[in-house]
Design a protein around this ligand. Sequence first.
Ligand SMILES: N[C@@H](CCC(=O)N[C@@H](CS)C(=O)NCC(=O)O)C(=O)O
Length: 221
Amino acid sequence: MIVVHHLAASRSQRVLWLLEELGVPYEVKRYERNPKTMLAPPELRAVHPLGKSPVITDGDKTIAETGAIVDYLIAAYGAGRLIPAPGTPDRLRYDYWTHYAEGSAMPPLVMKLIFGHLADSPQMPFFIKPVARMISKAVIQSYLDPQIKTHIAFWDAELAKSPFFAGADLTGADIMMSFPVGAAAGRGTLTDRLQAFLTTIHARPAYQAALKTGGPYKLLS
Ligand SMILES: N[C@@H](CCC(=O)N[C@@H](CS)C(=O)NCC(=O)O)C(=O)O
């Protein structure tokens, strides 16, 4: 039995959604974030040394990193579903987006989240807070927001070519991209097309079933 080590309101929602799309049975072991730091609890380190979510176990295998988990599940249980055929242009797009989602799209979104809260950190001495606020604002405005804007325009242009990131049908690439697109909805301004993409994927029965299993899902902002 596959066990999904699921941290509340996190990237592991994508893994639950994928398992629901594949119709593969699984168990969820739920972990709550520390309400002050929003970090994962130390118990997750017993599953994987980094203590991050998602991580799954399947028999004697432990697999971390969302992209690696998506690749593993689709290869092991997909029987050709949710991935374009090898050697096709869509497969190349699939490979690109599944790597890009965590490798290029998430870093500026995560940095914006961190800089946005930097001055409120309890460790920050009160007399530094105004300076920290100014520095954070400058980094966000001069570097992160323009970067995020460029990524969003790129996603929009790609979805103008096909309804999903790797062609006409939903694939693992869309499951991977659902997190940066969803995060950008709270940390940038989405286009109508990207908003429609989110509406489409959120309406899928498998997505809704995953929400029921995973519990309330509100991305940090
Ligand atoms: N690139 C990794 C990122 C993993 C990650 O940072 N997960 C977050 C949840 S969205 C986490 O575990 N945060 C809690 C912590 O860092 O303690 C992946 O996609 O699996």
